[in-house]
Design a protein. Structure first.
Length: 211
């Protein structure tokens, strides 16, 4: 098998990203054992950078390390999912309130442009997923708290492990879009409480759909 040509950044980071995407695409299923020897041979690397990559993914919650058994793709229980949604609702609702209170015209224009992309992607589920995440992360960036941003980024990675993603439920994309419209209206109005409430409802409805 031909070894991959990896980017000049740290080898373990490149391997971590490759495995991360395989996990998100379900090429590595939740609960699956990660065969380190086979992967190292496939990638044409030693097991050292592979193990460093697995440590990164374990820190993100995507991989679970088991003593004397190796690495497994993390399985998300119903409680895990509720806990993740609970934290995301708190963190992102707080960010939405901050952005509503102090966003300038440039911030609002950027978020409105992303919302427009979301409106245009309603018939394309994969594109909707991608734009939806970009919108949420853009909102967090404008709230300007790097610790919250990192926490949400990691929690969203774990959320992607859910076998029954909320947006897969029939009609959920349209409901999610309507919730985004309400949120954008609150942001444009500078209404921090409405933005907070809107984001919390967005996650509550998402959790119900994911159950």
């Amino acid at each position: 098998m031909v070894a991959l040509t990896l980017a000049p950044r740290a080898l373990y980071e490149e391997v971590a990203e490759l495995l991360r995407q395989r996990i998100f695409r379900r090429e590595l299923q939740p609960g699956a054992w990660i065969d380190e020897m086979r992967l190292a041979q496939e990638l044409g690397i030693s097991r050292t950078p592979l193990r460093e990559a697995l440590k990164v993914l374990a820190a993100e919650g995507l991989v679970t390390m088991k003593v004397r058994r190796g690495a497994y793709v993390t399985e998300v229980s119903e409680k895990d999912l509720r806990d993740v949604y609970h934290l995301l609702a708190l963190l992102e609702a707080d960010a939405a309130a901050e952005v509503a209170a102090r966003a300038d015209a440039t911030d609002l224009a950027a978020l409105q442009a992303l919302h427009g992309e979301l409106e245009a992607a309603v018939a394309d589920r994969d594109r909707f997923f991608a734009v939806n995440e970009r919108f949420h992360m853009a909102l967090l960036e404008r709230a300007d708290n790097r610790w919250r941003l990192q926490m949400v980024a990691d929690l969203r990675k774990v959320m992607k492990l859910n076998r029954h993603h909320s947006l897969l439920k029939r009609g959920r994309i349209e409901e999610s879009l309507a919730e985004h419209r309400t949120l954008m209206a609150a942001l444009r109005a500078g209404d921090a409480q409405a933005a907070r409430d809107g984001m919390q409802r967005h996650f509550a409805n998402g959790l119900e759909a994911a159950g």
